[in-house]
Design a protein. Structure first.
Length: 643
């Protein structure tokens, strides 16, 4: 008597699968126990001798085992009809046909498949006038009390209005399944901010950041399970590492709920949408271990059950980012994790600027014009003249930041600020008009566009400033640069503190800066650059980063911050020698890349590219020594990075 529910069932796809699974399970049992005649009404034999479930038995399974909820009434009606069609799809014998004609075959599913909001109970209206239940607000919210709507699942005694099943209750569903909706909470705030406040109050998973509503469905799924129940969802794996996922990771890990994870990496499961998904299986019973399955080829997994599989102890899982590494990579990953230092220990990592009007502030160089410069504006689609000494050289993420070098440097940034006592101050309008009249005229031409930014966060006098004033003073210092997305580690140098860039963003436009902390000043930027571009740290980063279609990986702060950095003892001659050797290699690499961009002939390019390749191999060999890797570990990294 298994009770299965999909709390966001839509038109019933997952319920159809569950129904079919239960029918097949019954068929298998009856096939092995045909002699037990007390079940003779549950099945029959076809003319070919095949065993089939009677329609009455299928109706009994449907009525007793399948439940669903969805906020869309039309969807629930489609779900019921789909289940009916599934019930009848094999036809039935003459006796069952007579029952069908008399209306005794199809069970009433209106008490199984219901329209309501799975996440909001009637306590939503506590403290409000009861007349609200008849209002448009009540209809839109569509409050749903699980133990009122399904008393056969949560106990026969009708509970009080608005109460929810307790997590310790002996009653509840045996299985929760489905594909919960993916809706960013920022979108919900636009059309129903009261609902968002309710989620924040009633769900621990809603306490942090701009979360996605699917995390609430995971938490709710655990709540409505009975004490031995299982929950299985297909959903985005983003919560494994995102800031907003920390609360849900804590809920799951604190009670050792993890039972199994199937991780699809960058394999696209849903056509027409770029969604990075996993299968998440949770147990209400505390589990000592869980199975982790990494799928590298979807067809091989489905047809041959081929995947990388490992068993992980739940005691090793907590609210911190989830990076599950199984197979031969696991031991090396753990070895690197034992490093005493990580990147954020020795360096400040800062995101780029946020203008909220890149089309106005970012310009494309056309030509020099005396002491001025002609640039094209994407906002106006016209050329304009600017004071060249006022504009900042600008980098557009992975379009300009490459491995050891910067390319296609044709962009400039209007930075309407000046520095006073180490702080960034917006240049006042009178000074701007006097000192940079050309740039001021251009900004004033775009005043309407600039004034409409930030939903009122800009004051009347600050209309030409950036909406978010962050990290302004960090760009003028020596730094290492990295784009927010790339196919491989592509850290570059800006040791003159010359370049500006925007924050992480789509289309490869964003990036991060890395400056060494004062207490680690002995660490050379050249040394750190060599480590960051090495195969070891590329291998490591790809193990913890979010993959994207086309072989791209995220290089956001959360993924570069934990990179293991080898400890250098500057009182040890061997360590100092290795440090200095790395500095020399990286200096050679930087010079070679400069030469490569300047040479004209293919022969010259080939010669320099060979020198770059040879120097790269020397750097990797030195880094392998620094991290004390074995020949087997080196082979593993070389083969993995070469894929």
């Amino acid at each position: 008597d298994v009770k299965i529910v999909d709390p966001a069932c839509g038109s019933g796809s997952f319920l159809l699968g569950a129904f079919e699974y239960l029918m097949n399970t019954h068929l298998e049992w009856y096939g092995k126990n045909r002699q037990k005649r007390k079940f003779k009404d549950d099945w029959y034999l076809t003319a070919d001798g095949d065993i089939r479930l009677s329609v009455a038995k299928k109706a009994d399974i449907l009525k007793n085992n399948i439940f669903g909820v969805d906020i869309d009434r039309e969807a629930t009606e489609v779900a019921i009809m789909s289940l009916y069609l599934k019930l009848l799809d094999e036809g039935f014998d003459k006796g069952q046909a007579m029952l069908f004609l008399k209306g005794h075959i199809l069970p009433d599913m209106s008490s199984n498949i219901k329209c309501g909001n799975s996440l909001i109970g009637s306590d939503y209206f506590d403290g409000q006038n009861i007349s609200l239940f008849d209002s448009d607000e009540a209809k839109k919210v569509n409050a749903f009390d699980w133990n009122v709507e399904f008393p056969e699942v949560f106990g026969r005694d009708k509970p009080s209005e608005g109460s929810k099943p307790s997590e310790g209750s002996r009653n509840g569903f045996d299985a929760v399944i489905g594909n919960p909706p993916y809706i960013r909470i920022q979108e919900m705030k636009k059309w129903n901010p009261q609902t968002v406040e309710y989620y924040k109050k009633h769900f621990k998973s809603s306490h942090q950041g701009n979360y996605d509503i699917y995390v609430n469905f995971v938490e709710e799924g655990l709540k409505i399970l009975n004490n031995k129940g299982l929950c299985g969802y297909i959903l985005p794996n983003k919560f494994f590492q995102s800031k907003y996922g920390e609360a849900l990771r804590k809920i799951i890990s604190n009670e050792n709920h993890l039972s199994e994870i199937v991780h699809f990496g960058d394999i696209q499961i849903f056509s027409g949408a770029s969604t990075y998904t996993c299968l998440l299986f949770l147990s209400k019973v505390r589990k000592k271990n869980f199975k982790f399955i990494k799928v590298e080829d979807i067809n091989s997994w489905i047809n041959k059950n081929e995947a990388i599989i490992g068993i992980i102890e739940n005691s090793k899982v907590n609210k911190n980012e989830w990076n599950f590494i199984v197979g031969p990579d696991g031991k090396l990953f753990e070895k690197l994790n034992e490093s005493e230092l990580i990147l954020e220990d020795i360096a400040n990592i800062f995101v780029g600027l946020q203008t909220d009007a890149d089309s106005v502030f970012i310009l494309e160089k056309q030509k020099k014009f005396g002491s001025n410069i002609i640039c094209k504006s994407k906002e106006t689609n016209k050329n304009h003249e600017f004071e060249s000494f006022h504009l900042k050289p600008f980098l557009k993420g992975s379009l300009n930041i490459r491995r050891y070098y910067l390319s296609d440097l044709t962009k400039y940034l209007i930075f309407p600020y000046e520095f006073e006592e180490g702080k960034s101050q917006l240049i006042n309008d009178k000074k701007y008009q006097s000192k940079f009249p050309l740039t001021w005229d251009y900004l004033y031409l775009n005043k309407k566009r600039l004034t409409n930014r930030g939903q009122g966060r800009l004051s009347k006098d600050n209309w030409y400033g950036y909406v978010y004033k962050k990290n302004h003073t960090k760009f003028g210092y020596p730094k290492i640069l990295v784009p927010s997305i790339g196919k491989r580690n592509c850290f570059a140098a800006d040791f003159d503190g010359k370049y500006y860039f925007v924050g992480s963003g789509g289309g490869g436009g964003g990036g991060y800066g890395i400056t060494i902390k004062n207490e680690f000043i002995d660490f050379s930027y050249h040394f750190l650059l060599g480590l960051l571009n090495s195969k070891i740290l590329e291998w490591y980063l790809k193990k913890i980063s979010s993959p994207f279609r086309g072989g791209y990986f995220s290089y956001n702060r959360q993924y570069i911050a934990p990179l293991p950095i080898v400890q250098i003892n500057f009182d040890n001659k061997k360590d100092v020698s290795r440090h200095d050797q790395m500095v020399a290699y990286v200096d050679t690499m930087l010079e070679l890349n400069k030469k490569l961009s300047a040479v004209k002939t293919e022969h010259e390019k080939t010669v320099i590219q060979r020198q770059i390749g040879a120097t790269d191999r020397k750097i990797d060999k030195l880094v392998y020594e620094l991290y004390d890797l074995t020949e087997e570990e080196i082979r593993l990294i070389e083969e993995s990075v070469a894929k």
